[in-house]
Design a protein around this ligand. Sequence first.
Ligand code: ADP
Length: 338
Amino acid sequence: MEQRKKVLSAIQPTGDMHFGNYFGAVKNWVALQERYDCIYGVVDYHAMTMPYQPKKLRENTWELIFNLLATGVRPDFLFIQSLVPEHAELCWILNCFTSYGQLMRMTQFKDKSRQAGELGGDGFISAGLLDYPVLQAADILIYRADYVPVGKDQEQHLELARDTAQRFNSQVRKEYFVLPEALFTEVPKVASTADPTRKMSKSAGEKHYINLFAEEGRIRKQIRSAVTDTGAESDNGEMSPGVANLFRLLKASERLEAHDSLLADYEAGSLKYVDLKEAVADALVAISGEMRERKAELLADKKRVKDQIKASSAAIRKRAQQTMREVKELSGLLNVRF
Ligand code: ADP
């Protein structure tokens, strides 16, 4: 049987999971499991690059594991990064094959270092923040992943991973690392319902995201108060960003019939926003209901689930350890099994 191509993707444990994360990333993870050998990481080392609280980090890591499992991510495909410390080891080696200048040019570093100054108040910017893309390169290369599902914002980091892999390969005179490719699957970009000109995101504050596991009342309230027309739009016949976002949410929820009939109303000029909002709220409430039910089942068996993820992390670690043995051999480092 032909070996399945490998897909690597990861998500940081930084708090609630929202519908932007779900429609824009995690739902696709679940779909990719059908066709690929997938390795999905909860990357807690990455979450240390910005100011954080140790106790909260560990809680968030498990919370994200339960959330991902509730969405349908397979437990045997899922691991916790710090349980595979070889990621950090490979990161060090790759540091020595990565251009400092290229790291300095990363757009995300520039954005986040500006934010770090604002958030921490004391302007502290960790070297980890600069080095973040190298750890990300290690996450990908350690499994010799063929594909990485990324958005446009991550393209620059993937390019860096390829450059680093290539530099390593040419130094050791062997095409050792697979050069990972971006997997551009069509995923919706979800905007904040409170301000549809910006993306739905945790970092902008509570009203700018809808928690995937929120109670019905909260979801309905957030959708009811969603911005539709700001009144400032020129009458150029274009759909306003808020209305477009509501249609996008309806489509992403696979309520295609409701979507098409409401869109026909919109085109005929007879759409009532209250109807559109109700359809969106119904769709999100149904999804969130299912998610909460599945999460409750998993939480009822907390220890078993945690043990399962520790075991899958250990199994995935074996693959990482194999790569590290080969990398150390090629790099001129010692390889002794104690
Ligand atoms: P946040 O911006 O809330 O901190 P993250 O940066 O942790 O979210 O994103 C985790 C994943 O979810 C990434 O793959 C990202 O591309 C995706 N994602 C985040 N926000 C959105 C959004 N508004 N629309 C679509 N995808 C999103």
